[in-house]
Design a protein around this ligand. Structure first.
Ligand SMILES: Nc1nc2c(ncn2[C@@H]2O[C@H](COP(=O)(O)OP(=O)(O)OP(=O)(O)O)[C@@H](O)[C@H]2O)c(=O)[nH]1
Ligand SMILES: [Mg+2]
Length: 433
C-alpha cells in the first residue's frame, strides 16, 4: 500500500498547496491527476475519462458554502476514485451453504497458496471451520507449503505428496474434509497460455462444483490484470478476484481499476506475506486511505453538515423556525463536534455575534436541549406557543431536568427566532455571491 499511498498523498499535497483554482491551475491539476493515475498503471482510456469527468465536475459544481474549492476538489477526486475502484458497495465474502467450496486459481506465483491460508485464517477468525486442499502436482514443494500453513493456523488439511491426478486429489479432499463449513481448494500455478493447465482447472471445477471461484492476481501486473481475468473467464466463471502484493507496488491501483472494468468483484487485497495480511476490499475505505483518511473524514462530515445546515436555513427562510427545525439543527450540530468549528461555517456577520462563552455554554447545553426536545410531543414541537406551565413540568420530568432548564432553552430558541431575520438577509447575500 505504501507505494500507492505515497503517489496519491503527493497529489493531495499538491492540490492543498494551490491558493485558488483558475483555469490554468485546473489544467495543471488535471495533468497531475493523469500522471498519478498513469504511474499507478491505470489503463489509459480510464485515465482519460476519469480526468475529463473530474474536471467537468469541478468546473460545473459549486462547492457548498464554507468549503474551500480545493477541499471540494479533493472530495470530487475521492468520489470519482471510488467509482474507478469498483463503486459504492463492498462485495462481501459470505459462505451460504455447508461445506462452501472455494476454488482458488491464478497464474504462477500470483499468491494462490499464501492466499488460501490467509482466507482460511480470515474465515476461522469469524467462527467458520475451514479445511484446505492442495491439488498442485506440478511443483513438488506446494504440498509442504500449504500443509505447513494449515498447521500454523490450525486448519484441517488434505493433500497427496506424490499425487499425480489433481482432479482426483480435489475429489478426495472434498470427501475427506466433509465436516467443515468452508473448503478451500488451492490449485497449481499456470501461465495464461498453458492450455493444458487451464483444462485441468476446468476439470477440477467440473468435478467439485465449487460455490465460489476466486481468481488470484498479483498487483504488479497492473492494468494487465484485466486481460488475465478475461482469459480465465473464457474457461470458467470467476466470481471473485483477490489482488495480492498490494504492499509492494503502486501498480495495484491500476490492477483494481482494470479488474473493476471487467465487471469482476475484488473482495480482498493481500498486503503482505503473513497469513494475517489480507484485507476485505472496501472501495470507500480504500480510497479514503489513499487520500489521507483523517482529513477526508473531517471534510466529508463538513460537507454533509453544510448541506444539512442549508436545509435548516431554507426552512428558516420559508418562515418555519419551529422547535422541530430547532431540534433538527441541534441533532446535526451534535454530530459535528466542536461548536466553534461549526460556527465558522455560519454566515460571517452572525458568527461574529457569537462569543466564546456562548459557544462553550451551548456545547454543554446541547445534550440537555436534545433531551428536552425529545420529551416534547410533535404538536408541541410544531406549535411552541402551546407550551404552558404544566406542559413544561411534564417535559422537564421526562427529560430529567428542571422546568427552569426548559424555559432557558425556550429563551434561546426565541432569540434565535428573532435572529432569523438577520439570518435570512445574510443568506440572500451569500446566495447572491
Ligand atoms: N509482499 C507480499 N507478498 C506476497 C503476498 N501474497 C503472496 N506473496 C508472496 O508471493 C510469493 C508467491 O506466493 P505463493 O502463494 O506461493 O504463490 P502461488 O500462486 O501459490 O505460486 P505457484 O503455486 O507457484 O503458482 C511468495 O513468496 C509469497 O510470500 C502479498 O500480499 N504481499
Ligand atoms: Mg501455490
Amino acid at each position: 500500500m505504501k507505494a500507492l499511498t505515497e503517489l496519491f498523498s503527493k497529489l493531495v499535497d499538491k492540490i492543498r498547496g494551490v491558493e485558488y483554482i483558475d483555469e490554468a491551475t485546473l489544467q495543471e491539476i488535471a495533468r497531475e491527476i493523469q500522471r498519478t493515475l498513469l504511474k499507478a498503471d491505470v489503463p489509459l482510456d480510464l485515465v482519460k475519462t476519469f480526468t475529463d469527468n473530474a474536471v467537468k465536475r469541478i468546473r460545473e459544481e459549486k462547492p457548498p458554502a464554507g468549503i474551500p474549492p480545493r477541499e471540494y476538489l479533493i472530495y470530487v477526486l475521492y468520489e470519482e476514485l471510488v467509482k474507478l475502484m469498483g463503486g459504492e458497495q463492498p462485495a462481501e465474502f459470505k459462505p451460504t451453504k455447508k461445506p462452501y467450496i472455494v476454488l482458488l486459481l491464478g497464474v504462477e506465483g500470483s499468491g494462490k497458496t499464501t492466499t488460501s491460508a490467509k482466507l482460511a485464517r480470515y474465515l476461522m477468525k469469524r467462527g467458520y471451520k475451514v479445511g484446505m486442499v492442495e491439488t498442485d502436482t506440478i511443483r513438488p514443494a506446494a504440498f509442504d507449503q500449504l500443509k505447513q500453513l494449515a498447521e500454523k493456523i490450525g486448519a484441517p488439511f488434505y493433500g497427496e505428496r506424490d499425487g499425480k491426478d489433481a482432479v482426483e486429489i480435489a475429489r478426495r479432499g472434498v470427501t475427506n474434509l466433509k465436516g467443515v463449513d468452508v473448503l478451500i481448494i488451492d490449485t497449481a500455478g499456470r501461465h495464461r497460455n498453458e492450455e493444458a493447465l487451464l483444462q485441468e482447472v476446468k476439470a477440477i471445477y467440473d468435478a467439485v462444483n465449487p460455490d465460489e471461484v476466486v481468481l488470484v492476481v498479483d498487483a504488479t501486473v497492473g492494468k494487465l490484470a484485466a486481460a488475465q481475468a478475461e482469459a480465465f473467464m473464457k474457461y470458467l466463471p470467476i466470481h471473485t478476484v483477490i489482488i495480492t502484493k498490494m504492499d509492494s507496488t503502486a501498480r495495484g491501483g491500476g490492477a483494481l481499476a482494470a479488474v473493476a472494468k471487467t465487471g469482476a468483484r475484488v473482495k480482498f487485497i493481500g498486503v503482505g506475506e503473513d497469513v494475517e495480511e489480507l484485507e476485505p476490499f472496501n472501495p470507500r475505505k480504500f480510497v479514503a486511505r489513499l487520500l489521507g483518511m483523517g482529513d477526508l473524514d473531517a471534510l466529508l462530515e463538513k460537507i454533509k453538515a453544510v448541506f444539512e445546515e442549508e436545509e435548516v436555513l431554507e426552512e428558516i427562510e420559508s418562515g418555519r423556525l419551529d422547535l422541530l427545525t430547532f431540534k433538527k439543527q441541534i441533532d446535526s450540530l451534535m454530530k459535528l463536534g466542536p461548536l466553534s468549528k461549526v460556527f465558522q461555517l455560519l454566515p460571517g456577520g452572525l458568527a461574529a455575534k457569537i462569543s466564546e462563552e456562548q459557544i462553550e455554554l451551548s456545547q454543554k447545553n446541547l445534550k440537555k436541549w436534545r433531551a428536552i426536545l425529545s420529551s416534547m410531543t410533535m404538536e408541541e414541537l410544531k406549535n411552541p406557543d402551546i407550551l404552558n406551565a404544566s406542559r413544561i413540568r411534564r417535559i422537564a420530568l421526562g427529560a430529567g431536568v428542571t422546568p427552569k432548564d426548559v424555559k432557558e432553552m425556550l429563551t434561546v430558541y426565541e432569540n434565535l427566532k428573532k435572529m432569523s431575520k438577520t439570518l435570512k438577509r445574510q443568506m440572500r447575500l451569500r446566495m447572491a455571491r
